[in-house]
Design a protein around this ligand. Structure first.
Ligand code: PXP
Length: 247
């Protein structure tokens, strides 16, 4: 029996819509509560350095109102570390961040930044946060993540989803194999394995089927699909696909 797999719903793009008009609508908290009611096992929110979607006040409100764990995504900067230590969310997911990118583009280069990341993770782990590192499917990065003291790695599924969208099925298959091997390797290192980025109804099943993957984090597609279906039904369909894939 594979381990239970959780679905974390990323609500960043509800905030993107809100910020497009200034104002307070649509409210990311309302989306988070609906996502919880619709079967999300956790809520993910990324407080970017430029605050382009989620803002500090959103994190304050989410911390007080959620009944599922908050996965607080952030760059490994001193500013973000102070915010995380103030709130002590259940999980902190460290991601690379570039101002000019549209979304998180690559994984963290943990191997190249091992000493700094080890020092960065230690106080967060001491504060009780489960620290996760968002990395590409690359053994060097996984080994470094374990050395750095991370409890979790989140495997970047963006390249697999991009190849799939471009119709490059051999490259998508190759990337899937890399992800599958990495999931096994990470689990052997004692890391909890998550996966996410770019997942949709079309791409989720082979990732959900990986026995070591304990959590998927999905945002943009679910928020987009909720325009047509509503958030609850969009999440329910994703969960159905995940469960089928694990049978
Ligand atoms: N996981 C991580 C670490 C991310 O940075 C993102 C994007 O914010 C996601 C998952 C979700 O990606 P998407 O919005 O493409 O589903």
């Amino acid at each position: 029996m594979p381990i239970e797999q959780r679905l974390g719903v990323n609500i960043d793009h509800v905030a993107t819509l809100r910020n497009a008009r200034g104002g307070t609508y649509p409210d990311p908290l309302r989306a988070a509560l609906l996502a919880e009611a619709g079967g999300a096992d956790g809520i993910t929110a990324h407080l970017r350095e430029d605050r382009r979607h989620i803002r500090d006040a959103d994190i304050d409100v989410l911390m007080g109102a959620l009944s599922t764990p908050l996965n607080f995504e952030m760059a490994a900067t001193e500013e973000m570390q102070a915010i995380a230590l103030h709130h002590k969310p259940h999980a902190v997911c460290l991601v690379p961040e570039k101002r000019e990118e549209r979304t998180t583009e690559g994984g963290l280069d943990v191997a190249a930044d091992l000493d700094r990341l080890s020092d960065f993770i230690a106080p967060l782990a001491d504060a009780g946060c489960r620290v996760s590192l968002f990395v590409a499917a690359d053994e060097r990065q996984l080994q470094a993540s374990a050395q750095a003291g991370a409890a979790v790695v989140e495997l970047h599924t963006g390249a697999y989803c991009d190849f799939h969208a471009a119709g490059n099925h051999p490259a998508a298959e190759e990337e899937l194999l890399r992800i599958a091997r990495s999931a096994r390797f990470a689990a052997e290192l004692g890391l909890e394995v998550h996966a996410g980025h770019g997942l949709s109804y079309e791409t989720v099943s082979p990732i959900a089927a990986l026995p070591e993957v304990a959590e998927l984090n999905i945002g943009h597609f679910l928020i987009g699909e909720s325009v047509f279906l509503g958030l609850g039904p969009a999440i329910a369909e994703m969960r159905r696909l995940m469960q089928n894939a694990r049978r």
